[in-house]
Ligand binder design. Sequence first.
Ligand code: PLP
Length: 261
Amino acid sequence: MKVNKALTIAGSDSGGGAGIQADLKTFQELGVFGMSALTAVTAQNTKGVQDVYPMSAEAVVAQITSIGEDLAPDAVKTGMLFNAEIIEGVSREIARYKWRNVVIDPVMIAKGGASLLQKEAISSMKEYLIPLSMVITPNIPEAEVLTGLTIKTDQDKKDAARKLHDIGARNVMIKGGHDESGNDATDLLFNGQNFYEFRSKRIQTVNTHGTGCTFSAAITAGLAEGLTVLNAVECAKKFIQAAIEDDLQLGSGHGPTNHWA
Ligand code: PLP
């Protein structure tokens, strides 16, 4: 039996809703064999992030090397990377193994406000990691930090997408979930030539913890299975929509966006 393999390079969420846990559950749900390189351990639940314990860059690189030497992934995603040393180590490994199906979720701040990426690391992300990406999946605040633009209108979203493409991302997916101006959540995909809009009805729920992780993991699973970027994004969009509709109420804070069919 042949199974496609996906690697997540991300942080652990002890509460199981986001991070490595969300990624591996999503890979499994979508029929892809999941592997992980842990960048940090967070003490976390649905109420928020209580503590962050980063791994050394050396430990992160060692995990990726072990995988690269034996279990060539069909697609790779990065999530929480926390600091510049980890970003630079991860970028070197991705370049060394010539992994091309790379999805970057530029995780910066958790919903509760905890910092998951040091401010000084943003320039490393732009210089080393983004140019290696097949897809980058920022939400609006992340796209603003990465581009220096203020995003209010559809045209602003397009300008930010172009700028991220210029930095080196082959495909840019700007997620509209943080734009609360209408009844829809509109995501925008730019492949360097065309813009594609994905419009869906906004679902009113607090149970959205890990939405970004789950969405980028679903894109990664699609790429691992050989889908085009456009098809992988379309499938991931359906998957995340169903996961948010599940409205899973666990804990007393933001419940997780886990989904199983
Ligand atoms: N914790 C970890 C380890 C993550 O990777 C992420 C991903 O963005 C989060 C927390 C944030 O989760 P959310 O902002 O959806 O609550």
